[in-house]
Ligand binder design. Structure first.
Ligand code: HEC
Ligand code: HEC
Ligand code: HEC
Length: 276
């Protein structure tokens, strides 16, 4: 009837039903947009753009880190790429007791640290600096006293932009004690008397005795490895040029200027990682 005042006091149930309808409408809208843009069951109009962005951010090493993170999540289901293994007596002593994935405590960086063991021996990060002893880092190959390279990860393929493939599967960057122009390896391998002896008798040792032997292997090993910026910065401890890294690769490593990396690790992991 004209002039009759608008009814204001709807029952509460009307508002509730109205709200539910809004939620349903919104959900349907989101589902329709997803169906059109990204869903594998629809026309997927935005997928090529997404793939293009992902393609431009591809890095073999980051891909591997991602795989390792995946692997840690589903330890029993996934299979990680196998790396060629050295004969036992040539492997560093650390592997008698530690696995190929020795880092487990710090969830944020463990996959990243484990990835570095593919091209570093443990001591490259864990060596305890001693006063008066100078340490130099060089490529070390247990099967070849003077490895020539090209070494893993040192250069980009100009055509694909990926890292070049190399034949040398065993060289790793490793610390050497330097006196004058003489270099002496700073790492212990399983060929050492201590290591051989330990492997022979370990099953007979009590936990305390094992702990004592562990301390012998841990001399000059510090509990926390070097921080990221000890290497990923200008004037870091590694002489990238002498190690054979190309100029553009060096810049990327110094600045950790790797696509997809900056956001993920620099702003997220690095500043908080070692704050006391
Ligand atoms: C005889 C066995 C043994 C050998 C060989 C050994 N470790 Fe360990 N290491 C251990 C044990 C056991 C622990 C304690 C593990 C834990 O607390 O989770 C440990 C812990 C560590 C830690 C963590 C900090 C600490 O002191 O608890 C680091 C770093 C480490 N080892 C590095 C190395 C490196 C590098 C090598 C090779 C030079 C090596 N270890 C060789 C048994 C060994
Ligand atoms: C790229 C440098 C780097 C390399 C190479 C490296 N570490 Fe570490 N490691 C670290 C850092 C950094 C920490 C401390 C992580 C933290 O707790 O934040 C650490 C911690 C550890 C720990 C104790 C904490 C944990 O995660 O369980 C062990 C054990 C360890 N390292 C063993 C090893 C062994 C064995 C190797 C060689 C196979 C090795 N590391 C190689 C940097 C390195
Ligand atoms: C002892 C020196 C050293 C330390 C410490 C170190 N890095 Fe590295 N890192 C390197 C070198 C050298 C390479 C390249 C090795 C190669 O490709 O042969 C590398 C590679 C990388 C890459 C791969 C780059 C690519 O092209 O995809 C990332 C990412 C990275 N480091 C991040 C970190 C982070 C994060 C930390 C700290 C948790 C760290 N690094 C600690 C020396 C170091």
């Amino acid at each position: 009837m004209p002039g009759e005042p608008k009814r204001l006091e709807h029952p509460r149930s009307v508002y509730i039903i109205g709200f539910i309808f809004k939620i349903i409408t919104l959900s349907v809208l989101i589902a329709v947009i997803y169906q059109i843009t990204f869903s594998p069951h629809g026309p997927a109009v935005l997928v090529p753009i997404k793939e293009k962005i992902e393609e431009s951010q591809k890095s073999a090493i980051l891909e591997e880190v991602r795989q390792q993170e995946e692997y840690e999540k589903h330890r029993h289901f996934h299979h990680v790429v196998e790396y060629p293994q050295l004969p036992e007596n040539m492997r560093p002593v650390c592997y008698i007791c530690h696995s190929d994935y020795p880092h487990s405590k710090n969830k944020k960086v463990r996959a990243m640290l484990n990835m570095h063991t593919q091209f570093f021996v443990c001591e490259t990060c864990h060596i305890q600096e001693q006063p008066g002893i100078s340490v130099t880092y060089k490529w070390y190959n247990p099967l070849n006293e003077t490895p020539k390279g090209p070494f893993y990860g040192t250069e980009y393929d100009p055509e694909t932009g990926n890292l070049i493939e190399v034949e040398d599967q065993f060289s790793k960057i490793s610390p050497f004690y330097r006196t004058g122009d003489k270099f002496k390896s700073a790492i212990q391998i399983q060929d050492s008397a201590l290591a051989q002896d330990y492997v022979k008798v370990r099953d007979k040792l009590t936990p305390e005795q094992r702990d004592n032997v562990k301390k012998k292997f841990h001399v000059h090993i510090k509990a926390k490895g070097h921080e990221c910026k000890v290497c990923h910065s200008r004037n870091g401890i590694l002489d990238f040029r002498n190690l054979g890294f190309s100029a553009n690769r060096t810049i990327d490593l110094e600045q950790l200027n790797i696509k997809g990396m900056v956001t993920k690790y620099e702003s997220f992991y690095i500043p908080n990682l070692f704050s006391e």
